[in-house]
Design a protein around this ligand. Structure first.
Ligand code: SF4
Length: 87
Protein backbone atom coordinates (compact mmCIF):
# COMPACT_ATOMS: atom_id res chain seq x y z
CA UNK A 1 0.00 0.00 0.00
CA UNK A 2 1.27 3.47 -0.86
CA UNK A 3 1.26 5.29 2.47
CA UNK A 4 1.77 8.75 1.01
CA UNK A 5 -1.64 8.44 -0.67
CA UNK A 6 -3.33 6.96 2.38
CA UNK A 7 -4.33 10.30 3.88
CA UNK A 8 -7.52 12.17 4.73
CA UNK A 9 -6.71 14.59 1.93
CA UNK A 10 -6.66 11.69 -0.52
CA UNK A 11 -9.95 10.40 0.88
CA UNK A 12 -11.52 13.85 0.57
CA UNK A 13 -10.41 14.00 -3.05
CA UNK A 14 -11.86 10.52 -3.71
CA UNK A 15 -15.12 11.59 -2.11
CA UNK A 16 -15.54 14.69 -4.26
CA UNK A 17 -14.43 13.02 -7.49
CA UNK A 18 -16.61 9.94 -6.94
CA UNK A 19 -19.33 11.58 -9.06
CA UNK A 20 -17.05 11.09 -12.08
CA UNK A 21 -17.10 7.86 -14.12
CA UNK A 22 -15.00 4.80 -13.33
CA UNK A 23 -12.01 4.36 -15.63
CA UNK A 24 -12.72 2.06 -18.58
CA UNK A 25 -9.25 0.61 -17.97
CA UNK A 26 -10.37 -0.93 -14.69
CA UNK A 27 -10.77 -4.70 -14.86
CA UNK A 28 -11.49 -7.40 -12.31
CA UNK A 29 -13.85 -7.41 -9.38
CA UNK A 30 -14.00 -6.78 -5.67
CA UNK A 31 -12.84 -9.78 -3.66
CA UNK A 32 -13.90 -8.28 -0.31
CA UNK A 33 -10.38 -7.98 1.02
CA UNK A 34 -11.44 -4.93 3.04
CA UNK A 35 -8.30 -2.92 2.29
CA UNK A 36 -10.21 0.07 0.93
CA UNK A 37 -12.39 0.06 4.07
CA UNK A 38 -9.28 1.13 6.02
CA UNK A 39 -8.37 4.25 4.04
CA UNK A 40 -7.11 6.08 5.96
CA UNK A 41 -8.65 4.55 9.09
CA UNK A 42 -10.82 1.49 9.70
CA UNK A 43 -14.39 2.34 8.73
CA UNK A 44 -16.85 1.84 11.62
CA UNK A 45 -19.23 0.11 9.19
CA UNK A 46 -16.67 -2.53 8.22
CA UNK A 47 -17.54 -5.82 9.96
CA UNK A 48 -16.17 -9.33 10.04
CA UNK A 49 -18.43 -12.33 9.57
CA UNK A 50 -17.92 -15.44 11.74
CA UNK A 51 -15.96 -17.06 8.92
CA UNK A 52 -13.56 -14.12 8.89
CA UNK A 53 -14.83 -12.42 5.72
CA UNK A 54 -15.11 -8.65 5.50
CA UNK A 55 -18.46 -7.07 4.81
CA UNK A 56 -20.05 -3.62 4.88
CA UNK A 57 -22.87 -3.21 7.40
CA UNK A 58 -24.43 -0.37 5.34
CA UNK A 59 -23.77 -1.92 1.93
CA UNK A 60 -27.05 -0.82 0.25
CA UNK A 61 -26.46 2.81 1.20
CA UNK A 62 -22.66 2.94 1.18
CA UNK A 63 -21.10 6.17 -0.08
CA UNK A 64 -20.31 6.71 -3.73
CA UNK A 65 -16.55 6.72 -3.15
CA UNK A 66 -16.83 3.24 -1.61
CA UNK A 67 -19.03 2.02 -4.47
CA UNK A 68 -16.57 3.17 -7.10
CA UNK A 69 -13.18 2.49 -5.50
CA UNK A 70 -10.76 2.18 -7.22
CA UNK A 71 -12.28 4.66 -9.68
CA UNK A 72 -8.96 5.57 -11.31
CA UNK A 73 -5.45 4.18 -11.37
CA UNK A 74 -4.11 7.33 -9.68
CA UNK A 75 -6.26 6.76 -6.58
CA UNK A 76 -5.56 3.01 -6.47
CA UNK A 77 -3.42 2.17 -3.42
CA UNK A 78 -4.58 -1.31 -2.45
CA UNK A 79 -2.96 -3.31 -5.26
CA UNK A 80 -1.52 -5.89 -2.88
CA UNK A 81 -4.89 -7.46 -2.08
CA UNK A 82 -7.49 -5.84 -4.35
CA UNK A 83 -9.24 -7.84 -7.05
CA UNK A 84 -9.23 -4.89 -9.44
CA UNK A 85 -6.42 -3.87 -11.75
CA UNK A 86 -5.91 -1.28 -14.48
CA UNK A 87 -4.94 -2.36 -18.00
S1 SF4 B 1 -9.54 -3.08 -1.91
FE1 SF4 B 1 -10.51 -3.85 -3.79
S2 SF4 B 1 -11.01 -6.03 -3.41
FE2 SF4 B 1 -10.56 -5.04 -1.43
S3 SF4 B 1 -12.59 -4.46 -0.66
FE3 SF4 B 1 -11.74 -2.67 -1.74
S4 SF4 B 1 -12.50 -2.84 -3.86
FE4 SF4 B 1 -12.82 -4.83 -2.86
Amino acid sequence: MTDNKNTWLAKTKRTFTAVLPVSKRRKGECVNCGACCKLPNVCPFMKLSPDGKVFCSIYPIRPLNCRKYPRTESEFITQETCGYRFE
